[in-house]
Ligand binder design. Sequence first.
Ligand code: GDP
Ligand code: CA
Length: 335
Amino acid sequence: MRMHPAASAPQRITTLAGGIGGARFLRGLIAAAPEAEITVIGNTGDDIWIHGLRVCPDLDTVMYTLGGGISEERGWGREDETFTVKSELADYGVEPSWFGLGDRDIATHLVRTQMLNAGYPLSAVTEALCTRWQPGVRLIPMTDERAETHVVVDHPEGGRRAIHFQEWWVRYQAQLTAHAIVLVGADDAKPAPGVIEAIEGADVVVLPPSNPVVSIGTILQVPGIRESLRRTPAPVVGVSPIVGGRPVRGMADACLSAIGVDTTAAAVAAHYGSRRDETGILDGWLVDESDAGDVPQVASLGIACEARPLLMSDPTTTTAIAAAALDLAARTAAP
Ligand code: GDP
Ligand code: CA
């Protein structure tokens, strides 16, 4: 029997990630490639100032999930959390009251805010926070600059307005029709130190099943990142967050509608595009078994496509999804 040479296992894997979908996939990726050096480029478009604290929800979800501090039940924030500070703030009647900052979680935001105020860039702050959590990956924010996602809605108080993504997502549960989703500050943002090197120096680039608009889409808007994904000699493969025509969790369908993309695995692949085309970023794409009918359509775009079970229902299945992505990458040549 022919053994697979160990040398064929990717040594350097780079991923782009949002929050829950990204973090859960990363657990599987670490298990599937325990020897690999994994770099995670995190979405910071969700970041927000709350009560004077700088909150980076997606970076923290990745850090807590991989570091063993996440609330498994909620999927965000800390385990064994209490909300005393939140209720005290509510008693003062201060807004925003719709954003849940837990007491344990607040310590993270205090450290971050203090370091930012002292002049450290977010990438250095994130590295410092990770020395406590030891997530087993190198976590880099997409940018050190402030660039936050805003959503243009017909506001309940009248008029068309742009509100912060968190207000739309958390306060309004994405129930207000989004007319546009804009990363405010994108034009002036630069990739954080190490981002471009991680993409262009990777053996494989993997897009986890993160939200294609407000997680991966945001990262792709930082000038230079899309170009480096197109330039990297590594194959770029993605995992569909849309299963059976629906997001598995969250309201990605509302985000996709806002940018005129159908909520199907094939439409998301077409939106990312093939690297053989002018602006595309994908060489390979995994769809769920229930979306096997989408495979020919994706393949016709010049993207290698396979159907696999894509529900991250338990660690074994999640590891198998990550292994399938690496396997597809190994059989997919960069253009
Ligand atoms: P967020 O920042 O916390 O919203 O998380 P991400 O952007 O990283 O991931 C959100 C996406 O993960 C959603 O669009 C979901 O459809 C997707 N997702 C969640 N669980 C699963 C799963 O088990 N399988 C797949 N394929 N996608 C999932
Ligand atoms: Ca997010």
